[in-house]
Design a protein around this ligand. Structure first.
Ligand code: NAP
Length: 350
């Protein structure tokens, strides 16, 4: 079975990654890729690395008649834009995977608070499934609308699932320290993300109240069975790709290293894209060793002396943090092997 796919926002970084992954997908034909700025130009004009994969395919304007010839539509758009397209796509019977934040949060009020707009379709927030397979695999399989998680959120949540699920930590004192590369900000430079300003930095930004904390708290609260409040401090770092969450926690009494190892094995032992990192040659997750892949490397540092542990997750923000995870969810939704087109080893050196 060949599934026809359209991508709205295909000239951006996550749209480009979707094109790169889907070029390898045995069951997919990409029939439309939009860019308002580059409409009419070959997709290789913006994505020269894809030469030889899409023939002479050209970007089109956001022409819904053409886009809706597909079976599934991916949207790689800035916050607040997908809401303009998704209802019509769903009404036409298409399935949708949105890489932006417009359907990630369940509470409509949260959109005003975190994103500054009133959500026009609260009913769809109920129906959307948060597209993290490690949490919602069965719901994704039944979904018509998948809200693919944010990059920082993916790393933060994956770092903390075993600790929270297996009741290892004090749930009232969790602090996530994030480091993330420049591609998380998308292709258009701003005064803070323009290369000369961004190179060689280790810079905290939105160090309290970063919008990604909303989805982190939402998803981890479900696992905890009660509302969590989590401190979350992102840092912009010099690399282009990669995100590392280091989650600082205090251990419940009696929790030792063996229990933590067992918690990891029970939560992640069967996950196709989670690698548990223990010991040499590199003792802890490092984004450098997942670049270009859909893997999330997870691990921890146990400090019995002070009764605490740091839980870590490293991802490529454009892959497991965006397009890779979105295709993983798409595969589940369409009944394909979850790993199709995604079993790409990371690059080294990167
Ligand atoms: N970058 C990451 O690491 C990452 C990770 C996870 C999730 N995300 C989320 O994924 C979404 C896309 O991120 P990105 O990094 O790919 O952004 P990007 O590089 O800035 O690309 C945005 C794309 O959207 C198109 N676009 C912008 N405004 C539009 C509009 N009003 N109507 C139609 N198309 C429009 C742009 O093309 P034209 O202007 O030419 O039409 C471009 O193709 C964002 O919501 C982001 O938060 C990003």
């Amino acid at each position: 079975m060949v599934v026809r796919v359209s991508i709205i926002g295909a000239s951006g970084y996550t749209g480009g990654e979707l094109l790169r992954i889907l070029a390898l997908h045995k069951e997919v034909e990409v029939i439309a890729a939009t860019s308002r700025e580059y409409a009419g130009k070959p997709i290789t004009h913006v994505h020269p690395h894809l030469r030889g994969f899409y023939g002479n395919m050209r970007f089109i304007e956001v022409n819904l008649d053409k886009i809706m010839e597909a079976d599934v539509v991916f949207l790689s758009l800035p916050a607040g834009v997908s809401v303009n397209y998704v209802p019509k796509l769903l009404e036409s019977g298409l399935r949708v995977v949105d890489l932006g934040p417009d359907y990630r949060l369940k509470s409509p009020e949260d959109y005003m608070r975190w994103y500054g707009f009133e959500h026009p379709q609260p009913d769809l927030l109920e129906k959307a499934v948060y597209g993290m397979p490690e949490l919602h695999r069965e719901e994704i399989a039944r979904a018509r609308l998948v809200a693919s998680p944010g990059c920082n959120s993916t790393a933060a949540i994956l770092s903390l699932i075993p600790a929270i699920k297996e009741r290892l930590i004090d749930l009232d004192h969790i602090a996530v320290d994030m480091k993330v590369g420049s591609s998380e900000a998308g292709r258009n430079p701003t005064p803070g993300t323009h290369h000369p300003e961004r190179e060689n930095v280790i810079r905290p930004y939105e160090a309290s109240g970063h919008r990604h904390v909303a989805e982190v708290e939402q998803e981890l609260s479900k696992i905890a069975g009660r509302e969590l409040r989590i401190a979350f401090v992102p840092h912009a770092v010099s690399s282009i790709r990669g995100a590392l969450a280091t989650s600082h926690t205090w251990l419940n009494s009696g929790v030792d290293e063996v229990r933590i190892v067992k918690a990891y094995a029970s939560c992640y032992g069967k996950e196709p894209f989670i690698r548990i990192i223990r010991g040499p040659p590199v003792g802890y997750p490092d984004p450098k060793y997942v670049i270009g892949s859909n893997f999330a490397d997870v691990g921890f540092a146990y400090d019995g002396r002070v009764g605490r542990a740091a839980f870590m997750a490293a991802i490529d923000n454009l892959m497991k943090g965006a397009a890779g995870q979105a295709v993983q969810a798409f595969n589940i939704m369409m009944g394909f092997d979850e790993r199709e087109a995604l079993m790409i080893p990371p690059l080294k050196p990167a």
